[in-house]
Design a protein. Sequence first.
Length: 287
Amino acid sequence: STQSTWDQSVLCDIRSSDQVTMHPEVVKWIATTEAAFRKNTGWLLASFCFFWVIDYSCIIVARLLFANSWSSASPQERRDIRVRFAAMVHAASTFVTVPSFFWPTPDMVARDPYGFDPLVETSLAITAGYFLYDITLCIILRDLPFLLHAISAFPLFIYAQHPFLQSSEGMFYHGVFEISTFFVHLRHLSFYTNLKETIGFTILGLTALLSFLGIRVVYGTWHTYHWWLHMLKLLNSGKAHSAFVILHYLVSNLILYALQYIWAVSTLLDVARQYIFTPIEARKKSS
């Protein structure tokens, strides 16, 4: 195929250079990354610039939607609004890949996990651009934990343009996963509005909670178990395009799901404090 011919040509370029002493897996990793990076560099850079525009345009939007909150907000709160707004726009941009999860194309099914979908690939390039924005933002803010997260995530969306994991398995962690992200950020942004005492705020909070637990924790754990089995089987088959790339995905997935469980416990404790313990304490004081 055109894809395999392209990859082989890159491999030949590397092997003919002075890097021939490298381990074969390192050579394959370099070839995979270089070829994938070349494919959608334009979309990646356009996305990087777009999210910086979104970041700064949020100031105008926030002054219109959160006029009182914005004027009294601290620099950290204003930064929080801008970061969450950009993250919410990114999450919404990934929704175009949700149909690929539920209704994969015949090519995806036949060539899984190496099937190709041009819409999915473009979305992955946009996400890579978003994480490049996130990396530069975290460097500016000196936010080490989120910088490590962004640096870890960025290569995964480059690797995916090999193509790799553009199938329904991979799209769970892209479009479907981001459904809960959208509602989580929307709920946090609603704290800066006058909705906190309304039924709409409660509904939004429940939507964010249920989507997070339902998609990421409950179904996500089952999906991840089967995805791991598939990736380990691919590694053992000897047909993997790059063992290093797959191992990078597996390690990143472990970190991702450790964070999901930590956030799930933290979220459930917050809900318990807000809806169970606080009302009980209030009733004790009134009695």
